[in-house]
Design a protein around this ligand. Structure first.
Ligand code: C2E
Ligand code: CA
Ligand code: CA
Length: 469
């Protein structure tokens, strides 16, 4: 009986022990990468952090680096996932073997590895640590009868120099890593607050821009364009403004490049076109509107169809719409753009070459493309009467426009002297602060709807820039 109870008791102990061991094993596995057997980087960082503080050696640095294996993507594309995984395992093993007790290799996100070191005192010790890793990565790998060559890219951040908290290191190293792609020199880049945080702000701004139309933060301003000889109002250039909820008014020079980079310029450009046409269609006076078109809008190819649809929906007469196109749009894909531009012309709208004189200003472009107007860039116009170089360029451009029998418009006309000079040299139209700054619709309402009780344009378009928006 005693024996039975005793053996039952010890069996129970054994049972409990194996349960604890199994739980420990599972916990251990959940902290390991199943492919390489390396610890996951979050765990490795926690471990190194507590060792760093236990040692109390605050003159040392804790360095966190994300290691990217350049060449791995091509290996995967050509030889498949299996070889890709083998290569990662081989490199993981090589790097782990050369680490000292104060260094550790861990598994990062995607196909990256992570190196953490807590014994770095100076820049030269950091350099020798990464040189050691780099040399190990660059030894050719022989696998499956093939030789593979890899290079190391690394984004590094240090505690306490770069981060107030150890937990910030991975995010900072990631930002530094993105810079290796553009870096002509070293492929090992250390986080720099000035450079990398700027990028973080830009990506936050790009996120906000995605929602800007939804939140009705985008607004159109209108700048008068006038006849040089008579001073009469001819039309308006439509200029986009972003009234950001927290940052206030943001200049298009700052957010249009961002919209172009993220592709948001396509839906935003369409919103501008539709909103401007809808607005102008409601005016009593049939003034023209000139809308800026970004290079990406021209190259996507369906711009002519969109323009047709918008004119149909809004009822704006075709001859009242002008699109402003810059040279860069044309240079990027000459033949394709020519095709799109010809289709736009067939609709019956007019086309202006914007910022003339600032790009390549190829004369053959003016001959090939059916422009109705050349807009001389404002850098040549303000103070033109006192600057012989600007005056020569403005004069030559007007001769050219006259020869091609197309209109010329001078941008950036700021005072009477500029205007007098433009009159002398026979420029047709002018736009600039002298005639009026870009203003919201309320600022031009009197000009376009001069009667009393004019109908105010207040219809707002919603555009789905976000899923379900
Ligand atoms: P842009 O097409 O050359 O527009 C003219 C710019 O010159 C406007 O700047 C306008 O405010 C400014 N300006 C006009 N008259 C004067 C003047 O007398 N003196 C000076 N110093 N400046 C004058 P803004 O509105 O900041 O726009 C900057 C640029 O942003 C535009 O240059 C255009 O390239 C782009 N942009 C604006 N709206 C749109 C849009 O809806 N779509 C696209 N794709 N680009 C746009
Ligand atoms: Ca323009
Ligand atoms: Ca311009």
């Amino acid at each position: 009986m005693v024996l039975m109870v005793g053996s039952g008791f010890s069996l129970n102990i054994l049972d409990n022990k194996s349960k604890i061991e199994a739980a420990e094993h599972i916990r251990h596995l959940s902290q390991m990468d199943p492919l390489t057997g390396l610890p996951l980087f979050q765990k490795a960082l926690q471990k190194m952090e507590s060792r760093y503080f236990d040692k109390g050696n605050m003159t040392a640095k804790l360095a966190f680096a994300i290691l990217e294996l350049e060449g791995l993507r091509q290996i995967r594309e050509v030889h498949g996932q299996h070889i890709n995984d083998r290569v990662i395992c081989i490199i993981a093993d090589r790097l782990s073997r050369i680490c000292t007790e104060n260094e550790i290799i861990a598994r990062g996100r995607g196909d990256t590895l992570v190196a953490i070191s807590m014994q770095l005192f100076s820049n030269s010790s950091i350099n020798s640590f990464f040189q050691k890793l780099e040399m190990a990565v660059e030894v050719p790998i022989e696998e499956n009868g093939q030789i593979f060559n890899l290079h190391l890219n690394a984004g590094i951040s240090h505690f306490p120099e770069n981060a107030e908290e150890v937990a910030l290191l991975p995010g900072q190293a990631e930002l530094a890593l993105t810079r290796t792609a553009h870096n002509k020199g070293s492929n090992i880049v250390v986080y720099d607050r000035n450079i990398d945080e700027g990028k973080r702000t830009l990506s936050a701004l790009a996120m906000d821009l995605r929602y800007a139309v939804e939140r009705e933060e985008l607004e159109l301003y209108y700048q008068p364009q006038n006849d040089v000889m008579t001073g009469d109002l001819i039309g308006f250039e439509v200029l986009l403004r972003w009234n950001h909820a927290e940052r206030g008014m943001i200049s298009p020079d700052n957010f249009i490049p961002l919209a172009e980079e993220t592709g948001l310029i396509i839906p935003i450009g369409e919103w501008v076109l539709r909103t401007a046409c809808e607005c102008a269609a409601g005016w009593d006076k049939p003034y023209k509107i000139a809308v800026n078109v970004a290079p990406a809008q021209l190259t996507t190819g369906d711009l002519p169809a969109k323009v047709r649809q918008i004119l149909k929906d809004t009822g704006l007469p075709h001859q009242r719409l002008e699109l402003e196109i810059t040279e860069t749009s044309i240079i990027e894909d000459h033949l394709h753009t020519l095709h799109v531009v010809q289709q736009l012309k067939q609709i019956g709208i007019s086309l202006a070459m914007d910022d003339f004189g600032t790009g390549y200003s190829s004369l053959s472009m003016l001959q090939t493309f059916p422009f109705d107007k050349i807009k001389i860039d404002r850098s040549f116009i303000s103070g033109v009467s006192e600057n012989p170089h600007s005056a020569a360029i403005a004069r030559a451009t007007i001769v050219l426009a006259n020869g091609l029998q197309i209109n010329s418009l001078a941008e950036g006309v700021e005072d009477q002297k500029d205007l007098n000079f433009l009159r002398e040299i026979g420029c047709h139209e002018a736009q600039g602060y002298f005639f009026g700054k870009p203003m919201p619709f309320s600022g031009i309402e009197e000009m376009v709807n001069p009667r009393e009780n004019a109908v105010t344009f207040n219809k707002k378009y919603k555009l789905a820039l976000v899923p379900g928006g």
